[in-house]
Each structure stands twice: as C-alpha cells, then as structure tokens.
Design a protein around this ligand. Structure first.
Ligand code: GDP
Length: 420
C-alpha cells in the first residue's frame, strides 16, 4: 500500500472490455477475495458463460454499491507499489461520460480501452475528446482483445496508428500516451509480460499504471462538498452524503448549503460506517448538521464554510467545446447542464467569442452560432439557482457537461461567476 492517491478513469467504446479490464485489475492486485471470484466463476459456468467471471465481479460491485448501506458510496480501489487507485465511476454506467465531467468522477489519468478487432469507434473518439478537454494528464491505451486477433503485431500496429491519428486530431500530446497490447480476458500484459506478444517489449499495464505521473496536489481551496443524496437515518436524523472535493470538514464547523441557502453546525461526520472528527478531499462522507431537515437541502447543493460559502451564479462565463450537435447552437439555446451533482437547465445567453482550438486565439468575436468541433466562450444563465465556481479558483467545481437529446453535446470550464 502507498499513500499516494490517483483517480483513474477507464474509458473507451462500449463492449471494448472496460468492465473486464477493471475486474482483471482488481483481481490481479488481490483487491477481490478469491472466494468471490470463485463464486462468480461457478455462476457464470452454470449459465454457460464460462470466463465471464470478471464482468460478474464488476456487476456485483456496482450492485452492492447501489443497494449498499447509504453512507458507503466508495468506489472500486486497487493498489500498486506507488499508488492507491480509485476507479472513478463504474465504466458500464450509462451516464459515464457525463459523470466523467462532473464532480465525483474527475480523474487524474485514464486508461483508454480499444478493442483490437474493432479499432477506433464513436465512443473512443468521444472519450478521448473529453479526456483532452478535461485535462487528463496521461493516457495509457490498452489495445485489448489481442487474443481475438491472434496476437498479431500488424493488427496492433494498425490500431496504434489509428489512435495516434485521433490523439493528434484533438491535439492531445502523443508524448503523454503509451500503448500496450493486452487481453483483459486472458490476462496478457496486465500483471505479467505475455509470451503471446513476444514482439512487444514495452511496459505491461500494472507497470505503466505504477509509473503514471503524480496527480496535481489538491488545491488549498476551502471546503466544497457537493451533495449526492439526502437520507433520514433513525437515531441521527438528516444525513446528506457526498464526496469532499476540496477543503476539510471538522465537527463543530459552521457550514452552509448553496443554493438552498441554509446552514448550521456540523454535529457528526461518518465515513465507512465510523464516526470521524474530520474528513478531507476524496472522502465519501455522511454527516449531520444541527437544525437541517430532509426537505431543507437537496442533491446538487454544495456544502461549504459559512464564512466562505459556495458561489451561486446569476450568470457565468465559460469556455465550451462542442462535441456533437446535429445542427448549430445559437444564443437562447437551453439544454441541461450537469455540474458536480447538480442538473439545471441553463440558457446560453450569448456566444461571446469563437476560439481557434489549436492556438487558443480568438477566431471570431460575437459569432452567430457554433457547431460540432468549435470551441467558444459563452455567457450562461441558469434557469434555477446553481452553485458553481471559477475553474481557476476551484477546478473541482468548475467544469460541466451539456446534455441534450440523451447525449453529451459539449463540455466546458467556468471562467467567471457573476454571483446572485
Ligand atoms: P465494456 O462495455 O467496455 O465494459 O466491455 P465488457 O468488459 O463488458 O466486455 C464486452 C465483451 O467483450 C464481453 O463479452 C467480454 O467478455 C469480452 N471481452 C472483454 N475483454 C476481452 C478480451 O481481452 N478478449 C476477449 N476475447 N473478449 C473480451
């Protein structure tokens, strides 16, 4: 075990093997008890799906998390010599892309899974684009399912070339990307160098993970805790739960919830079913605040110190990148914004500047519209109160996804908040 912590995203097109890889990583690092694996293996064999045990492990963990005791909202974890990794979000999740952008799922680095027999697919593009927009430091590309293509070097090379082109297209520095031929299913080049790929002499996956750069040190910003859910627990009362993004929470602190605009003194903090006197960034906590009832606060509120409360935006200016939109985006457009745990309809009030995505220079002032592939600075007016922070002050609370028609159509970072 090490005390360096990393949030790791596993990204890639559906069915390319993300869940299988997570199961494999947990398994190889001894993070899942053997008897649990065994149980799933038997279950899988009974259903005639021999070999599916890792996906089963994933399903089981996700399920446990959902049905689990309300306060325990921890994610999957495994360790290498260098780092304790938390896999952010469950990759099978429908809302993965959205979650990747908002709050709890912010990752330091990512593993991109690309199936060797399929190559770059639509979600591969989407996820790489997001990784770049959100400032993922390094990308490890697992060219997966090598067993399906008979471990052919030429197929691997083709996929590497295809992904390299994609990275260049979105201006991701290819020096920050490393490629590994793997089979999540068979375990090739995950924990041990595989004889099936004797033409490959680079790092195996666990080595590459171990050699990732250290995450940026957390900001010394004051407490920001986006509320994920609010429960009523007998004997305690109202218990909001969420993950501390920045700052420290101590019992006895005076806190407020914004935009609900209520507050009080922190009476108790609970983590992993135990009472603790204080909690810090990355901790998933349930806590209780004197005088706060279940209906006073809701998911999407942000808890912060009473003397440095979370900002509530009347309007805010942001840099956005449009990923996919069937037509054009003009002023007046009102999609749903997902920021940390909040979902609020917001109107794009004005499109202020269009940027040249490669140079970052202003390409056009006050453009009439923006479309897929464009980067722009826009002014946004939330239709309901929204707590959000400038990315330069609190990056953890300064990014958002824009969703419409069941898709993530854009991602952005907050430049400036005009407070209510
Ligand atoms: P996800 O949607 O990206 O999470 O993909 P899954 O992990 O659910 O995998 C999709 C399918 O591909 C499942 O049937 C897996 O068993 C299979 N699969 C995943 N990795 C490999 C691999 O390395 N080799 C082979 N042959 N199949 C794999």
């Amino acid at each position: 075990m090490s005390d360096q912590h990393q949030n790791l995203a596993i990204i890639g097109h559906v069915d390319h093997g993300k869940s299988t890889l997570v199961g494999r990583l947990l398994y190889e690092t001894g993070s899942v008890p053997e008897h649990v694996i065994e149980q799933h293996r038997e279950e899988a064999e009974e259903k005639g799906k021999g070999g599916f045990e890792f996906a089963y492990v994933m399903d089981n963990l996700a399920e446990e998390r959902e049905r689990g005791v309300t306060i325990d909202i921890a994610h999957q974890e495994f360790s290498t010599d260098e780092y304790d990794f938390t896999i952010v979000d469950c990759p099978g999740h429908r809302d993965f892309v959205k979650n990747m952008i908002t709050g709890a799922s912010q990752a330091d680095n990512a593993v991109l899974v690309v199936a060797a027999d399929d190559g770059v697919a639509p979600q591969t593009q989407e996820h790489v684009f997001l990784a770049r927009t959100l400032g993922i430091d390094e990308l490890i590309i697992g060219v997966n399912k090598m067993d399906v293509v008979d471990y052919k070097e030429s197929t691997y090379d083709e996929v590497v070339e295809e992904v390299t082109q994609l990275l260049k297209q979105v201006q991701f520095n290819t020096a920050d990307a490393s490629f590994i031929p793997i089979s999540a299913f068979e375990g090739d080049n995950i924990a041990e160098s595989s004889e099936n790929t004797d033409w490959y002499d680079g790092e195996i996956l666990l080595e590459a993970l171990n050699d990732l750069p250290e995450p940026e040190p957390p900001t010394d910003a004051s407490l920001r805790l986006p509320i994920q859910d609010v429960y009523t627990i007998s004997g305690i009362g109202t218990v909001p739960v969420g993950r501390i993004e920045t700052g420290i929470m101590n019992t006895g602190d005076d806190v407020v919830f914004q935009p609900s605009d209520v507050g009080g003194e922190v009476k108790t903090i609970e983590m992993h079913h135990e009472e603790v006197p204080k909690a810090e960034p990355g901790d998933n906590v349930g806590f209780n605040v004197r005088g706060i009832g279940k209906d006073d606060i809701r998911r999407g509120d942000v808890c912060g110190p009473a003397d440095n409360p979370p900002k509530v935006a009347e309007t805010f200016q942001a840099q956005v990148v449009v990923m996919q939109h069937p037509s054009v985006i003009t002023a007046g457009y009102t999609p749903v914004f997902h920021a940390h745990t909040a979902q609020v309809a917001c109107t794009i009030e004005s499109i202020d500047k269009k940027m040249d995505p490669s140079s970052g220079e202003v390409a056009e002032e006050d453009p009439d519209f923006i479309q897929s592939g464009d980067a722009a600075v826009v002014t946004i007016r939330p239709q309901k109160p929204l707590s959000i922070e400038p990315s330069s002050e609190i990056p953890e609370l300064g990014s958002f996804a824009i969703r419409d028609m069941g898709q993530t159509i854009a991602a952005g970072k907050v430049l400036d908040v005009n407070e209510k």
